[in-house]
Design a protein around this ligand. Sequence first.
Ligand SMILES: Nc1ncnc2c1ncn2[C@@H]1O[C@H](COP(=O)(O)OP(=O)(O)OP(=O)(O)O)[C@@H](O)[C@H]1O
Ligand SMILES: [Mg+2]
Length: 253
Amino acid sequence: MKILEVKDLCKTYIVNKRQNNVLKNVNFSIEEGEMVAVMGPSGSGKSTLLYTVSGMDAITSGEAAFCGKNIAQMGQKELADLRLNDMGFIFQQMYMLKNLTVQDNIILPAVQSGSQESRKEILERGQELMRKLGIIEIADNDINEVSGGQLQRACICRSMINNPKMIFADEPTGALNRASSGEVMEELAKLNAEGTTIMMVTHDVKVAARCTRVMYIVDGNIKGEYTLGRCESNSQIRERERALNNWLMEMGW
Ligand SMILES: Nc1ncnc2c1ncn2[C@@H]1O[C@H](COP(=O)(O)OP(=O)(O)OP(=O)(O)O)[C@@H](O)[C@H]1O
Ligand SMILES: [Mg+2]
């Protein structure tokens, strides 16, 4: 089933009366269970693509259907509910709240979702996620008392707390060193293997090589797509990276 289907998507920003056509008739779709990387030069529109197809930013024209429903036609309330309940977000500029603990930041979207769940049930789910991501020992730390890698893993926990169908991530490993980046990728790959669809922007070939497909964006358009398929074992990583690198060179990377 197609979880996301984008047709003739355009996004125009107007800054100082100057029109900037950032996305120009973008067409693509993502099947349930895929893990798609979006790559391309700086300023090509990768973040803008992620924001518009996830309803974070308005679509200028065209369609983006999430589970068959066009988000371009949804009202603010419907969109907010969709984002809260069916989508997860890992965006670097979406900071955690400074005066809350790691745990409280993680469970916040569940508390906000207005479900019938008790706080105890929500906490149990949050703690299960923190154990899975290896940050249970910092649950009670203030959010500014953790490392970059731990913060990023906390972001993943928060993005997962309402069991989203799909996660949108903008450079989820961008601020991390090689080791933490590998760990975070490992966790995202696990979540994907368990059924969560993922769309992520990345500049890192090592990160993209773990995805099932790579879309390459240039100047607001998809210039090419490369299907890698599921990464079944770590022994395939090198070969996948080599193949992806070759393709990226063809794309002008
Ligand atoms: N909120 C905004 N208002 C006006 N223009 C914007 C806004 N966000 C992005 N742009 C412009 O849209 C274009 C694409 O930006 P975008 O952030 O999508 O690029 P990107 O591919 O994510 O780049 P990077 O790899 O550097 O993150 C740029 O020209 C940028 O200046
Ligand atoms: Mg960006």
